[in-house]
Write a protein that binds this ligand. Structure first.
Ligand SMILES: [Zn+2]
Length: 238
């Protein structure tokens, strides 16, 4: 009985940063324990909205990019505007960018992803990555760069195979942010130092529950602190 109430005390004092949300769901105003939100844009029209939100709330950290589901809306020169925006703001990240095999215009998606990834490489910015069913294409693009120049990849909602996970863990600087634990084997394989938690902007994802699930799988009562420190490390560009 004592052990259980002690556990609840730990939960109450948990500090959490949502590692991947969107501009319509800023978690630190809503969820218990959440003290900051890394917020991704999905198209260029959201960039200014996010900057305005960041100007009045310093608990919002910004990722700027065009999501693979929204590449139809691109305007010429988006990569130059992304470059200028990030060049002038050292703390800004690139995201949410990536590829999604189940959405249209995969060739445009590849072009848009490459241009944005190139900006991240040039400016040494962490990339918040969305990839569904297109890992071979992503690996092909990553191989165009020297390994030493590749940025940290924060892979959100990973659902690739065991082989893809091995490739990522063995060859790239990767962190994984989870909004559900439907494959505990991923959590077992990934070091705690490389795990983050996220809502992906979904109101039904309760971050403290995900942390509790990860604590159970890892059999470690310090998971909340470790994940908080992982996210802080990213934000400080360690
Ligand atoms: Zn997202």
């Amino acid at each position: 009985m004592f052990a259980k109430s002690y556990f609840y005390v730990l939960i109450i004092f948990m500090k959490i940063i949502d590692a991947h949300s969107h501009i319509d769901y800023i978690t630190h105003d809503i969820q218990p324990g959440v003290v900051g939100t890394i917020c991704c844009t999905t198209d260029e029209t959201q960039w200014l909205d996010l900057i305005n939100m960041m100007n009045v709330d310093n608990r919002i950290y910004g990722c700027f990019g065009i999501h693979p589901w929204f590449v139809q809306n691109i305007k010429d020169g988006f990569e130059d505007r992304l470059y200028d925006l990030l060049k002038n703001n050292e703390s800004f990240f690139v995201g949410e960018i990536g590829l999604d095999k189940y959405k249209p215009d995969i060739d445009i998606q590849i072009d848009v992803f490459k241009k944005q990834f190139d900006v991240a490489v040039k400016l040494h910015r962490t990339v918040f990555l969305h990839c569904v069913g297109a890992w071979e294409k992503i690996f092909f693009i990553l191989k165009q760069y020297k390994k030493s120049e590749l940025p940290v990849l924060v892979i959100h909602d990973f659902h690739g195979s065991d082989e893809i996970l091995t490739n990522l863990l063995d060859n790239y600087k990767v962190m994984f942010s989870f909004n559900k634990i439907d494959k505990p084997q991923y959590i077992r394989r990934i070091e705690l130092e490389n795990i983050l938690v996220e809502t992906d902007g979904k109101a039904d994802v309760i971050l403290e529950n995900i942390i509790t699930d990860i604590s159970d799988i890892k059999n470690n009562t310090y998971v909340a602190d470790i994940i908080y420190n992982n996210t802080q490390g990213l934000l400080k560009h360690e």
